[in-house]
Design a protein around this ligand. Structure first.
Ligand code: HEC
Length: 107
């Protein structure tokens, strides 16, 4: 009986700790793709880690005012020298990386 209580308590703590780390960006969507990881893998080559590298004519994402919808469309279809990512990333990954790219914006 005591062991069982202790187990529940420990399991509860672990669950709460996991909830904290997953909850700071997208509550309830713990399985959503990690936009930052997608960005590091597919976008830094042209945009740089902070979005302002500007290689191959890439737009400075720290200055971009393009809203989420437009970003999702452009990441999917590409534009000029930008790669179309619709066959490379899933729609969920495209949305996650578009959302992440918005966080690079500097006011
Ligand atoms: C091969 C280089 C390259 C890669 C890789 C690349 N981009 Fe781009 N990106 C560009 C270029 C070039 C433009 C400017 C297109 C234009 O308007 O002529 C651009 C523009 C954009 C814009 C629009 C900015 C604006 O204000 O118009 C967004 C958003 C964007 N990129 C996000 C991403 C994301 C997210 C990824 C990774 C999934 C990515 N890009 C990967 C080259 C790249």
């Amino acid at each position: 009986m005591r062991e069982r209580l202790l187990f529940c308590f420990t399991a509860g703590l672990l669950w709460a700790a996991a909830g904290c780390t997953a909850g700071d960006r997208s509550p309830g969507l713990a399985a959503a793709p990690d936009g930052a990881a997608v960005f590091r893998q597919y976008c830094v080559t042209c945009h740089g880690a902070d979005g302002s590298l500007g290689l191959s004519g890439a737009k400075d994402l720290a200055q971009s005012t393009l809203p989420l919808d437009g970003r999702i469309a452009q990441i999917s279809k590409g534009k000029n020298l930008m790669t179309p990512f619709e066959g490379i990333l899933t729609p969920a990954e495209i949305k996650a990386v578009a959302q992440y790219s918005l966080t690079l914006k500097k006011q």
